[in-house]
Design a protein around this ligand. Structure first.
Ligand SMILES: [Zn+2]
Length: 436
C-alpha cells in the first residue's frame, strides 16, 4: 500500500456516523482500501495518528476564490451597495494574473484549514484551474455567466462555458466544471434556460445565487410576479444538479419546490450575517428533507475560507433563532460540511471515510489546550477545533500537508505573490491610497 495512517480516532461520517477509536487506514492508488484496528503489511509512508482525529476532508460548496485578494477591501456594507460600489468596479480591473494569485491563495488557505474540495464561481476559469492543479486540492469550477449586467450575449456566454465543460470534464483529474449563471437578477431567462439545457446535455451541474436578500425577493416579485425560487421553477431551471447558494428567504411554497426538485441548498451563514442578508431557515430545510451543505462564500464577504468557523457558526446561529439548543446539532453540522457537500456536488466517491472511497483525509491534532480533555470527537470538531489544529491533509491519496508543513505549494511564495498582485489590482482601481 502507499500510505498507512495508524492508530487515530477515525470520525467516519458514514451513514451511521461511526467513530472508531484506535483505528488505522490503508490508502492505495488514491483510495481507502482498509479501515481496521490493525492494518497488516508494509506501506511506503506511515503517518502516526495517535492523538489525532482522522476525518474526511471538508467540502466548501460556495466560494469565489479570486476574491481572497479583496479580503478586507470593503466591509460593513449591505449586499447591493457592496457589489455595485466596491466589488464590481474592482472586478472590472481584474486580469488573469490577479485571478491566478487570488485562487492560489484561496487554495492554500483552504488546504491548511482542512478543506479538500470546493465549488467556485468565477470568470477566467483556466486561471482558477491552474491554481487547483498546482495546489493538489479538488475543485468544482463554475463558469460564471451574467448577461444583464455585462456586455455579453447569451451565445457568447454559453459558447465559452461549453468549451470549459468539454475541456475539463472529458479528462480525469481534480477539476470539474459546472455552469454558473450568477443569479436570477443578473441573468436573462434565455441564459438561464440555455445553461439548464446544456448542463443536462453535457451531464454536468449548475451553480447559482438564489434568494440571498429580502430586496432580491421584493424586486423579483415586482418585476416577474414571482419570488426567485418560484421563478426558477416556472422556467424549468431547478433539479438535483442545482447548487443554490444562500436560499435565505423562501416562501412557504418554495420549500416544497426545493424538496421536490432535489435542489442542493448551500448555506453561507457568515457571509449572510456579515452582509446582513438574513438567516436561512436551515432547521426547516432539514425537517422537510431538503439537502443542505455548508460554505464560506468569497473572502470579501466572510472574510476567511475557514470551514471550522462556518461549522461552529451554523450550529450556534440556528439555536439562537429557533430558541432551541438542540437545533442543528454537531453531528448534523459535520455531515453537512463533509458528506452533504460531496452529495451536493455529485461526488459520492468522497465526503466520508469508507473503504472504496477516494482518500481525501484530514488529521486534526488534539494535543492542544482547546481540544483537551479529548472526550467527544464530533463535538470537538464542531465546537472547539480551529483550522490551525489541522495537522495533515491528503487529497486523492496524495499528501499535501504533513505536520503543518505544506508540500504541494511554497506558502511564503504564495503569500508574497498574493500581496503583490493585490497591490497591483488596487492601484489600478485607484483604491490603494485609501487603504494604506
Ligand atoms: Zn457568492
Amino acid at each position: 500500500m502507499d500510505v498507512k495512517i495508524e492508530k487515530g480516532t477515525v470520525v467516519t461520517v458514514d451513514g451511521e456516523g461511526r467513530v472508531l477509536k484506535d483505528h488505522s487506514l490503508a490508502v492505495e492508488d488514491g483510495r481507502i482500501v482498509e479501515i481496521s484496528r490493525r492494518v497488516a503489511g508494509e506501506a511506503e509512508h506511515v503517518i502516526d495518528a495517535r492523538g489525532k482525529i482522522v476525518m474526511p476532508g471538508l467540502v466548501n460548496t460556495h466560494t469565489h476564490l479570486a476574491m481572497t485578494l479583496m479580503r478586507g477591501v470593503a466591509d460593513d456594507l449591505p449586499l447591493m451597495k457592496w457589489l455595485q460600489e466596491e466589488i464590481w468596479p474592482l472586478e472590472a480591473n481584474l486580469e488573469p494574473r490577479h485571478i491566478y494569485a487570488g485562487s492560489l491563495l484561496g487554495c492554500l488557505e483552504m488546504l491548511m484549514g482542512g478543506t479538500t474540495t470546493f465549488n467556485d464561481m468565477y470568470f477566467q476559469l483556466d486561471e482558477v484551474a491552474r491554481a487547483v492543479e498546482e495546489s493538489g486540492i479538488r475543485g468544482v469550477l463554475s463558469h460564471a455567466m451574467f448577461d444583464l449586467v455585462a456586455e455579453t450575449s447569451v451565445e457568447e456566454a454559453m459558447r465559452e462555458g461549453r468549451a470549459k465543460v468539454r475541456k475539463y470534464n472529458s479528462r480525469p483529474g481534480r477539476v470539474r466544471v459546472f455552469f454558473g449563471p450568477h443569479a436570477p437578477y443578473t441573468c436573462s431567462e434565455e441564459l438561464l434556460v440555455a445553461a439548464k439545457e446544456e448542463a443536462e446535455r453535457l451531464g454536468t451541474g449548475l451553480h447559482i445565487h438564489v434568494s440571498e436578500t429580502r430586496q432580491e425577493v421584493e424586486d423579483s416579485r415586482r418585476e416577474k410576479g414571482l419570488a426567485p425560487i418560484e421563478y426558477l421553477e416556472k422556467i424549468g431551471f431547478l433539479g438535483p444538479e442545482v447548487v443554490a447558494a444562500h436560499c435565505v428567504w423562501p416562501k412557504e411554497r418554495e420549500f416544497e419546490v426545493l424538496r421536490e426538485r432535489g435542489v442542493k441548498v448551500s448555506h453561507n451563514p457568515i457571509s449572510n450575517m456579515k452582509i446582513a442578508a438574513g438567516i436561512a431557515p436551515v432547521p426547516e430545510y432539514l425537517n422537510k428533507g431538503i439537502q443542505v451543505s455548508l460554505a464560506t462564500d468569497g473572502a470579501a464577504s466572510n472574510n476567511t475560507l475557514d470551514m471550522f468557523e462556518t461549522m461552529k457558526m451554523t450550529a450556534l446561529l440556528h439555536k439562537v433563532t429557533s430558541g432551541d439548543a438542540s437545533a442543528v446539532p454537531a453531528g448534523t453540522v459535520l455531515e453537512m460540511a463533509t458528506a452533504g457537500g460531496a452529495r451536493a456536488l455529485g461526488m459520492e466517491e468522497i465526503g466520508s471515510l469508507e473503504v472504496g472511497k477516494r482518500a481525501d483525509i484530514v488529521l486534526v491534532n488534539t494535543k492542544v489546550p482547546n481540544l483537551t480533555p479529548f472526550t467527544n470527537p464530533v463535538s470537538h470538531l464542531v465546537y472547539a477545533a480551529r483550522s490551525s489544529d489541522v495537522d495533515t491533509v491528503m487529497v486523492d491519496g496524495r499528501i499535501l500537508m504533513e505536520g503543518r508543513r505544506v508540500r504541494s505549494l511554497d506558502p511564503g511564495a504564495v503569500l508574497e505573490l498574493a500581496a503583490r498582485e493585490t497591490e497591483h489590482l488596487l492601484e489600478k482601481g485607484g483604491k490603494l491610497e485609501r487603504l494604506t
